[in-house]
Design a protein around this ligand. Sequence first.
Ligand code: ADP
Ligand code: MG
Length: 639
Amino acid sequence: MSKINVLQPNVFNKIAAGEVVERPASIVKELVENSIDAGATKVEVQIYDGGISKIIVSDNGSGIEPEDLELAFLPHATSKIKNFNDLMDIHTLGFRGEALASIASVSEVETITKTVNSNGQSIKLSGGKVVAKGEKGSPQGTYFCVENLFFNTPARQKFLKKPQKEESEITTLITRLILANPNVAIKYSADDKQIFSSTGKGIEDAIFAIYGSQTMQNIIPIDVSNDKYSIKGYIGKTTYFKSNRTYQTVIINGRWISDSVISAALTQSYEAYMMKHCFPFCVIYLTIPNEEVDVNVHPSKLEVRFQDSRKIFGFVYKAITETLYSDLTKKTVDETTIEETHEDKEQVVSSNLQDASDRKTETNGASIDFFIDNAINGISSSNGVHSSEGSVLSEIIIEKLQAEHPAHEFNSQNNQQDEMQEAEQQIIAPKPIQTQLISDDIKDKNAFLSTQIVGRLFNTFIIVEINDDVYFIDQHAAHERLLYDKYVNQVKQKAITCQPLLLPYTIDVNHTEAQFILDNLELLQQLGFDIEPFGSLTFKISAIPSILPDLNVTNFFNNFLSNINSIVQLKSVDLILDNLAQTACKHAVKGGDDLDKEEIIKLISDFADGSVTMQCPHGRPFVVKFTRKDLDKWFKRTV
Ligand code: ADP
Ligand code: MG
């Protein structure tokens, strides 16, 4: 008996649908790209329940000819490729000829379409089968309504996320589509609430539609080209930074792309002006000859491979650096005449200018090649490259690692560990001694308190003698741990109290960030923030956790939002605790702060009951013990 089955098209399509139709956002993407391919200047997207119950995409494009309408739903049916040569030179957005077939096989679809020379037509399909067909009055263009996604594939339905999550994926996609197609007017609403409406009147309008007026005041145009490449769009001023990459858009030959070469070129260009953990703003459009860029590296076509990354990096880096430089030069001239009294500002501008001019010389001639070479090696090599540009390169690598593992402070923590190891090696002067964290020893609170505080070293380390042991306590790290634990305990016991702010605080965010906050809203509230949406892209904070009275709200939320870049999905609690560790660190007494004896005793007695982990929230130990025996050995009193 034969075991091989020839699959029926309806089965085949359900399998193929797995690739094209992962989720509602992928359907929206295919349908909008089809509209744009059909020459539409207006596209409207309406979704309901995150697109799970209904997606409508309508356009004013060419429409589908009556005789093609049913064909369009056949697998591998496309008007975009006729022969093999066409494959080599594809300018349209999608060309697999399987999107409509795949979408129709897992949902209920109604299409109404009209071309310039034909009457309107409609077709209805359910699970890939045509259930109705006929003439129907319609304006020119195409209307697609996709309902009941995965109604016939329950297993796939289970993989759908909550409607709110699916909606947020679609919203992110629409921001990309609007920015990638600034000449198409795109309207988007979710559950009948309008979210975006772009005019189709160019790049500036598209950016305004997504980011609003505050962003417009902080960006500058870029327009540079050579005989092969061109870059257009807007980049942030040297004073305008964001806490995550959701404000960076790179469009290559009309497609939204995520690419590490361009991203590194951007970061490098701003390096002189940028603080750590900051990200420049950009919406840039690159035109690169089709034969020099392979867009089919990734199945969803979000990534590309360049024939010569070095050249592209160099072009983008130089274009941005020079645009920033000329903006700063212009600004200095303006400001020295208008704001002569504002010395601080001028100093900043002129020092930025100095940096920029240093960098300009650096980028001239052979040095730019060297720089670009190293930078690219730095990106592609996992262990990094050590060269005279080492610091710059390690920054890129750190940034990459941090994007992947945001819970770790690679830069500072690794340094701390190195410093600790170094320090350990130094103390061991005569002979290696195991410095050891105490944990059990201090459990006897009374023994500990009855012991004398021998002294304090460098206003940083408290020295305590207990029986035959001596303890060095890092007062900052210890205090940090205590603040952190106190907070975590309150979080665990849900005993957080709020401290109302005299003036409520508002933060402006973009859509991705708004969704991230909404996803974590309950948690933030449990943590003692009185936070609520205040318009669609603004949140109002009326109270903060009372345990952190001096909290810098802006920093906290910037920090919090920086976790959006995380590729590894961390638990929200961890994200918040991580932020709290940093906040606790800022509020803890510093090494060097002058503590009086009462404060020292309070500090010690707080952790003397042994319930506190002997490490600060960053993982540094805060107590180091030496025994009398250790000392005896150092001085060769015993062997
Ligand atoms: P592909 O886009 O790869 O050709 P699709 O399955 O997405 O494959 O679409 C099949 C065909 O249906 C397209 O080639 C096009 O001719 C037609 N089509 C789909 N959507 C539209 C639309 N909005 N306007 C005009 N024609 C469309
Ligand atoms: Mg298509």
